[in-house]
Design a protein around this ligand. Structure first.
Ligand SMILES: *[C@@H]1O[C@H](CO)[C@@H](O)[C@H](O)[C@H]1NC(C)=O
Ligand SMILES: *[C@@H]1O[C@H](CO)[C@@H](O)[C@H](O)[C@H]1NC(C)=O
Ligand SMILES: *[C@@H]1O[C@H](CO)[C@@H](O)[C@H](O)[C@H]1NC(C)=O
Length: 197
């Protein structure tokens, strides 16, 4: 089954093999085991008329080395597999500018894909998002996050190695090229022993 994980691996392998079939931006960055340092979570501009999933998340620093995602999400319609899950990745270059559209990915079956992608992190992420019923589809409702510990993403089905760098991900829930909700995540992929500054 096609999933984000496989595509991320394909992305990494394609880059390693200098595969030019995909319009990839090839960062000249070292690859390795990593940890994630979350820098920010923000809303993104989507067409208000189509906004069926309203993300109002922000990043909150709990202590020197702990961050949580807080805020809330409103589902005006159920979040189910009739949507696509898209992410558009930008990467920060050596002079501090953003290289947009460095990688674009779209998966069908948004809810199941997200569940598969989060793996062991799915249940704790859903529960700390205030979503007690952790099955797909996620029903209509207002869900207030008690605080999603960003360390939880360490147990997700992400690739074991990634390019070190600073990334901005725009996650969108879409159908037929219309965006129904989105949010932006900025994070650093760091060497495990590197500090947060
Ligand atoms: C976070 O910081 C605390 C106190 O400085 C320390 O005890 C803990 O091991 C740190 N945790 C991680 C994951 O680095
Ligand atoms: C949802 O979160 C936003 C941003 O954190 C906040 O301003 C708003 O008051 C929250 N809504 C409710 C109903 O709590
Ligand atoms: C959980 O959600 C599913 C799908 O929306 C629904 O069929 C089920 O009854 C819900 N379970 C509970 C305990 O609310």
């Amino acid at each position: 089954m096609k999933c984000l994980l496989i595509n991320l691996i394909v992305f990494v392998t394609a880059v390693n093999n200098s595969d030019t079939r995909k319009p990839l931006f090839l960062p000249q960055l070292p690859v390795g085991i990593y940890r994630l340092n979350f820098l920010g979570v923000t809303r993104c501009v989507s067409d208000q008329r189509n906004e069926k999933f309203k993300f109002q998340y922000y990043l909150s620093k709990k202590s020197a080395n702990k961050t949580e995602i807080k805020g809330n999400i409103t589902n005006y319609i159920p979040f189910d597999d009739s949507f696509n899950l898209e992410f558009n990745m930008a990467i920060k270059d050596s002079i501090g500018g953003w290289k947009d559209n460095a990688y674009i990915h779209k998966s069908p079956k948004a809810c199941s894909t997200l569940k598969m992608f989060l793996g062991d992190a799915w249940i704790p992420v859903m529960q700390s998002s205030g979503i007690q019923n952790v099955s797909c589809p996620v029903p209509v409702g207002f869900y207030e996050a008690t605080g999603i510990d960003t360390d939880l993403f360490g147990t997700a089905n992400f690739p074991k190695t990634l390019f070190y760098g600073t990334y901005r991900f725009r996650f969108s829930i879409s159908k037929k090229d219309e965006v129904y909700g989105c949010f932006i995540l900025v994070l650093e992929i760091k060497r495990p022993w590197e500090s947060n500054n």
